[in-house]
Design a protein around this ligand. Structure first.
Ligand code: SAH
Length: 225
């Protein structure tokens, strides 16, 4: 998979992809992540990427010209499964969207800033708009990092067996069961006996029961789906 990200603050996207699973996924060739500075596509002499909004009002708006130049340059080189705009009014990101997007070949992600992007960008270039939650961030970069992380970890081969995505929350519309590691007892608090029993059949049943119990208690809405 190839992911291109357009931003005015590339430095915000450096660390999320340079450690742990995201780094390994790139090192092993499962994904290529390319970060592009929208400013490099600005043709005016101050390299401006924003301007005052028509009709007045506080806050700058990201101009269409440099964004259009960046998107046209990239889409002339390859076909993108989606050209995504990170936006608080977009589709709420959830596991089923990550699962589908993890099958993509090429994704292009646009991060907004200030008051957002000129509406014509959304109308003419964007194929999908994603929100990471009902709150407002100061820029799309943290959202893009969340989206990319949630997709890349699902690409086959990225996670090893130990961290298999299939047993994570939201797969099968269930939350994950509780997990424990050594020591078997701390402060008198014991690990459930069954997990030490070595009986993998019974352990599987226990985990399913706990997953269901937890989902009923914390996210009953998942069971209604
Ligand atoms: N005025 C806009 C908010 C702009 S916030 C509004 O009220 O809709 C600046 C940028 O941050 C946005 O362009 C978007 O790219 C990003 N952003 C903010 N909140 C987000 C969220 N919940 N999910 C995804 N991106 C978000």
């Amino acid at each position: 998979m190839r992911i291109d990200i357009l931003t005015v603050l590339p430095e915000l996207l450096e660390s999320p992809f340079s450690a742990s699973i995201m780094k390994r996924a790139q090192d092993k060739g499962h994904v290529e992540i390319h970060i592009h500075n929208i400013r490099d596509y600005s043709t005016n002499k101050h390299k401006n990427v924003d301007d005052y909004q028509y009709g007045g009002g506080a806050g700058m708006v990201m101009s269409i010209e440099p964004i259009a130049a960046a998107i046209e340059h990239l889409t002339s080189q390859r076909k993108y499964d989606d050209v995504i705009y990170m936006s608080p009014d977009g589709e709420l990101l959830e596991q089923s969207i990550c699962n589908t997007m993890s099958l993509s070949e090429n994704l292009l992600i646009l991060c907004g800033h200030y008051k957002g992007v000129d509406e014509r960008v959304r109308e003419h270039y964007i194929t999908r708009e994603i929100s990471i939650g009902s709150y407002v961030l100061s820029g799309g970069e943290l959202g893009a990092a969340v989206l990319v992380d949630s997709i890349v970890r699902l690409i086959p081969g990225v996670l090893n067996d130990e961290t298999s995505a299939l047993t994570d929350c939201f797969q099968d519309n269930l939350l994950s069961p509780p997990v424990y590691t050594r020591p078997p007892e701390f402060n008198g608090w014991k690990v459930p006996e069954i997990l030490l029993s070595g009986d993998s059949g019974k352990i599987d049943i226990w985990r399913e029961e706990k997953a269901l119990e937890r989902t009923k208690a914390k996210r009953p809405d998942l069971l209604e789906e």
